[in-house]
Design a binder for this molecule. Structure first.
Ligand SMILES: *Cc1c(COP(=O)(O)O)cnc(C)c1O
Length: 231
Protein backbone atom coordinates (compact mmCIF):
# COMPACT_ATOMS: atom_id res chain seq x y z
CA UNK A 1 0.00 0.00 0.00
CA UNK A 2 1.29 3.47 -0.83
CA UNK A 3 0.83 6.46 1.43
CA UNK A 4 -1.91 8.81 0.24
CA UNK A 5 -0.64 12.07 -1.25
CA UNK A 6 -2.85 14.22 0.96
CA UNK A 7 -2.30 16.77 3.75
CA UNK A 8 -2.26 13.81 6.16
CA UNK A 9 1.27 13.04 4.88
CA UNK A 10 2.92 14.45 8.03
CA UNK A 11 0.56 12.89 10.55
CA UNK A 12 3.49 12.09 12.84
CA UNK A 13 4.34 15.75 13.48
CA UNK A 14 3.84 16.03 17.29
CA UNK A 15 1.96 19.33 17.15
CA UNK A 16 -0.37 17.89 14.51
CA UNK A 17 -0.87 14.73 16.59
CA UNK A 18 -1.76 16.72 19.74
CA UNK A 19 -4.13 18.92 17.74
CA UNK A 20 -5.78 15.79 16.27
CA UNK A 21 -6.13 14.29 19.75
CA UNK A 22 -7.93 17.36 21.09
CA UNK A 23 -10.09 17.57 17.95
CA UNK A 24 -11.17 13.94 18.42
CA UNK A 25 -11.93 14.64 22.08
CA UNK A 26 -14.09 17.59 21.02
CA UNK A 27 -15.81 15.48 18.36
CA UNK A 28 -16.64 12.68 20.84
CA UNK A 29 -18.00 15.13 23.43
CA UNK A 30 -20.05 16.85 20.72
CA UNK A 31 -21.49 13.50 19.59
CA UNK A 32 -22.51 12.75 23.23
CA UNK A 33 -24.21 16.12 23.52
CA UNK A 34 -25.63 16.24 19.95
CA UNK A 35 -23.66 19.37 19.22
CA UNK A 36 -21.64 20.36 16.17
CA UNK A 37 -17.83 20.63 16.50
CA UNK A 38 -18.14 23.73 14.31
CA UNK A 39 -19.70 25.48 17.31
CA UNK A 40 -16.60 24.98 19.49
CA UNK A 41 -13.58 27.29 19.27
CA UNK A 42 -10.36 25.70 20.47
CA UNK A 43 -8.09 28.36 21.96
CA UNK A 44 -4.50 27.13 22.11
CA UNK A 45 -3.19 28.78 25.29
CA UNK A 46 0.45 29.52 24.45
CA UNK A 47 1.49 31.45 27.59
CA UNK A 48 5.19 30.86 28.43
CA UNK A 49 5.68 29.06 25.08
CA UNK A 50 8.26 30.44 22.65
CA UNK A 51 7.50 31.09 18.99
CA UNK A 52 9.39 27.87 18.20
CA UNK A 53 6.72 25.88 19.99
CA UNK A 54 3.87 27.90 18.51
CA UNK A 55 4.94 27.70 14.85
CA UNK A 56 4.28 23.94 14.48
CA UNK A 57 0.65 24.45 15.50
CA UNK A 58 0.31 27.33 13.03
CA UNK A 59 1.86 25.13 10.34
CA UNK A 60 -0.65 22.42 11.23
CA UNK A 61 -3.38 24.93 10.40
CA UNK A 62 -4.34 26.23 13.82
CA UNK A 63 -5.12 29.96 14.04
CA UNK A 64 -6.68 30.72 17.44
CA UNK A 65 -4.34 31.32 20.38
CA UNK A 66 -4.64 32.55 23.94
CA UNK A 67 -2.24 34.46 26.19
CA UNK A 68 -2.55 35.70 29.76
CA UNK A 69 -0.10 38.62 29.81
CA UNK A 70 -0.08 41.83 27.78
CA UNK A 71 3.72 42.26 27.98
CA UNK A 72 4.50 38.73 26.85
CA UNK A 73 2.01 39.06 24.01
CA UNK A 74 3.52 42.36 22.86
CA UNK A 75 6.96 40.80 22.53
CA UNK A 76 5.88 37.47 21.05
CA UNK A 77 2.97 37.95 18.67
CA UNK A 78 3.49 40.97 16.38
CA UNK A 79 6.15 39.14 14.30
CA UNK A 80 3.91 36.06 14.06
CA UNK A 81 0.98 38.26 12.99
CA UNK A 82 3.17 39.68 10.19
CA UNK A 83 3.73 36.14 8.92
CA UNK A 84 0.17 34.90 9.42
CA UNK A 85 -2.44 37.67 9.03
CA UNK A 86 -5.49 35.53 9.91
CA UNK A 87 -4.43 34.71 13.48
CA UNK A 88 -6.95 35.32 16.28
CA UNK A 89 -5.61 36.21 19.73
CA UNK A 90 -7.61 35.82 22.95
CA UNK A 91 -6.67 37.38 26.29
CA UNK A 92 -7.47 34.78 28.95
CA UNK A 93 -5.67 36.32 31.95
CA UNK A 94 -6.41 39.14 34.35
CA UNK A 95 -6.05 42.62 32.89
CA UNK A 96 -4.97 45.79 34.68
CA UNK A 97 -6.92 48.87 33.64
CA UNK A 98 -3.73 50.76 32.74
CA UNK A 99 -2.99 48.10 30.09
CA UNK A 100 -6.45 48.23 28.53
CA UNK A 101 -5.38 50.22 25.47
CA UNK A 102 -2.42 47.96 24.73
CA UNK A 103 -4.70 44.93 25.14
CA UNK A 104 -7.25 46.38 22.72
CA UNK A 105 -4.49 46.84 20.13
CA UNK A 106 -2.98 43.37 20.62
CA UNK A 107 -5.96 41.07 21.11
CA UNK A 108 -9.12 40.15 19.20
CA UNK A 109 -11.22 38.82 22.09
CA UNK A 110 -11.04 39.48 25.85
CA UNK A 111 -12.13 36.81 28.35
CA UNK A 112 -11.37 38.58 31.62
CA UNK A 113 -13.70 41.58 31.92
CA UNK A 114 -14.70 41.44 35.58
CA UNK A 115 -15.16 44.90 37.14
CA UNK A 116 -16.54 48.38 36.41
CA UNK A 117 -13.13 50.11 36.46
CA UNK A 118 -11.80 47.74 33.79
CA UNK A 119 -15.02 48.06 31.79
CA UNK A 120 -14.62 51.83 31.63
CA UNK A 121 -10.93 51.60 30.75
CA UNK A 122 -11.78 49.14 27.95
CA UNK A 123 -14.65 51.32 26.70
CA UNK A 124 -12.32 54.33 26.44
CA UNK A 125 -9.59 52.27 24.78
CA UNK A 126 -12.03 50.70 22.28
CA UNK A 127 -13.39 54.11 21.29
CA UNK A 128 -9.89 55.53 20.94
CA UNK A 129 -8.45 52.61 18.95
CA UNK A 130 -11.66 52.10 16.98
CA UNK A 131 -11.87 48.37 17.71
CA UNK A 132 -14.87 47.16 19.71
CA UNK A 133 -13.60 43.75 20.75
CA UNK A 134 -15.98 41.02 21.79
CA UNK A 135 -15.62 40.32 25.52
CA UNK A 136 -16.52 37.58 27.95
CA UNK A 137 -17.32 38.54 31.52
CA UNK A 138 -15.31 36.34 33.88
CA UNK A 139 -17.38 35.04 36.79
CA UNK A 140 -15.79 33.83 40.03
CA UNK A 141 -18.41 31.23 40.90
CA UNK A 142 -16.80 29.89 44.08
CA UNK A 143 -15.79 33.26 45.51
CA UNK A 144 -12.08 32.39 45.46
CA UNK A 145 -10.12 35.44 46.60
CA UNK A 146 -6.94 34.83 44.60
CA UNK A 147 -8.85 34.58 41.33
CA UNK A 148 -10.24 37.20 38.99
CA UNK A 149 -13.89 37.31 38.07
CA UNK A 150 -16.93 39.16 39.35
CA UNK A 151 -19.28 37.67 41.91
CA UNK A 152 -22.45 36.25 40.32
CA UNK A 153 -24.44 38.94 42.18
CA UNK A 154 -22.42 41.69 40.46
CA UNK A 155 -23.04 40.35 36.98
CA UNK A 156 -26.37 42.05 36.14
CA UNK A 157 -25.01 45.53 36.93
CA UNK A 158 -21.82 44.87 34.96
CA UNK A 159 -23.84 43.69 31.96
CA UNK A 160 -26.01 46.82 32.08
CA UNK A 161 -22.92 49.02 32.35
CA UNK A 162 -21.31 47.24 29.37
CA UNK A 163 -24.39 47.86 27.25
CA UNK A 164 -24.34 51.56 28.15
CA UNK A 165 -20.60 51.80 27.47
CA UNK A 166 -20.94 50.10 24.06
CA UNK A 167 -18.65 47.20 25.03
CA UNK A 168 -19.85 44.02 23.29
CA UNK A 169 -20.31 41.16 25.76
CA UNK A 170 -20.67 37.82 23.97
CA UNK A 171 -20.67 35.45 26.92
CA UNK A 172 -19.32 34.33 30.28
CA UNK A 173 -16.00 32.79 31.25
CA UNK A 174 -14.97 30.86 34.35
CA UNK A 175 -12.06 28.96 35.86
CA UNK A 176 -13.55 26.51 38.37
CA UNK A 177 -11.80 25.62 41.65
CA UNK A 178 -8.96 23.12 41.21
CA UNK A 179 -9.25 19.58 42.56
CA UNK A 180 -13.01 19.61 42.53
CA UNK A 181 -15.49 18.09 40.11
CA UNK A 182 -15.84 20.81 37.43
CA UNK A 183 -19.21 19.77 35.95
CA UNK A 184 -21.43 21.56 38.52
CA UNK A 185 -19.51 24.83 37.99
CA UNK A 186 -19.80 24.52 34.21
CA UNK A 187 -23.53 23.83 34.52
CA UNK A 188 -23.95 26.83 36.81
CA UNK A 189 -22.14 29.13 34.37
CA UNK A 190 -24.30 27.80 31.51
CA UNK A 191 -27.45 28.51 33.52
CA UNK A 192 -26.39 32.06 34.41
CA UNK A 193 -25.45 32.78 30.77
CA UNK A 194 -28.80 31.43 29.61
CA UNK A 195 -30.66 33.57 32.17
CA UNK A 196 -29.01 36.64 30.62
CA UNK A 197 -29.44 35.57 27.00
CA UNK A 198 -25.69 35.19 26.45
CA UNK A 199 -24.62 32.58 23.91
CA UNK A 200 -20.88 32.37 24.59
CA UNK A 201 -19.41 30.06 27.23
CA UNK A 202 -15.64 30.11 27.74
CA UNK A 203 -14.94 27.13 29.99
CA UNK A 204 -12.86 23.94 29.99
CA UNK A 205 -9.08 23.48 30.00
CA UNK A 206 -6.70 20.57 29.31
CA UNK A 207 -8.09 18.30 32.03
CA UNK A 208 -11.78 18.93 31.64
CA UNK A 209 -12.58 20.26 28.16
CA UNK A 210 -14.72 17.22 27.14
CA UNK A 211 -16.93 17.79 30.20
CA UNK A 212 -17.17 21.49 29.37
CA UNK A 213 -18.15 20.74 25.76
CA UNK A 214 -20.87 18.32 26.90
CA UNK A 215 -22.27 21.08 29.14
CA UNK A 216 -22.27 23.73 26.41
CA UNK A 217 -18.83 25.37 26.16
CA UNK A 218 -18.41 27.41 22.98
CA UNK A 219 -14.76 28.31 23.70
CA UNK A 220 -12.32 25.92 25.37
CA UNK A 221 -8.90 27.11 26.55
CA UNK A 222 -6.31 24.36 26.21
CA UNK A 223 -2.61 24.83 27.02
CA UNK A 224 -0.77 21.84 28.49
CA UNK A 225 -2.51 19.23 26.33
CA UNK A 226 -1.29 21.04 23.19
CA UNK A 227 2.16 22.25 24.24
CA UNK A 228 3.20 19.93 27.08
CA UNK A 229 3.96 21.07 30.64
CA UNK A 230 4.87 24.72 31.13
CA UNK A 231 8.17 25.57 32.86
C1 LIG B 1 -3.24 28.68 31.53
C2 LIG B 1 -4.70 28.84 31.34
C3 LIG B 1 -5.44 27.89 30.61
C4 LIG B 1 -4.85 26.62 30.05
O1 LIG B 1 -4.62 25.70 31.07
P1 LIG B 1 -4.14 24.20 30.78
O2 LIG B 1 -4.48 23.47 32.02
O3 LIG B 1 -2.67 24.26 30.51
O4 LIG B 1 -4.88 23.71 29.60
C5 LIG B 1 -6.80 28.13 30.45
N1 LIG B 1 -7.39 29.22 30.96
C6 LIG B 1 -6.71 30.15 31.65
C7 LIG B 1 -7.44 31.34 32.18
C8 LIG B 1 -5.35 29.99 31.86
O5 LIG B 1 -4.68 30.91 32.57
Amino acid sequence: MTAPATPTANVTDPARVRLETISSGIARACADARRSPADITLIAVSKTQAADSIMPLIEAGHRVFGENRVQETASKWPPLRELVPDLELHLVGQLQSNKAEEAVRLFDVIHSLDRPSLLHALARAMDKVGRHLPCFIQVNLAGEEQKGGCAPAELPALLDAARLANVPVIGLMTVPPVDREPAPWFALLAKIADDHGLAGLSMGMSDDYPTAVRIGATHIRVGTALFGQRN
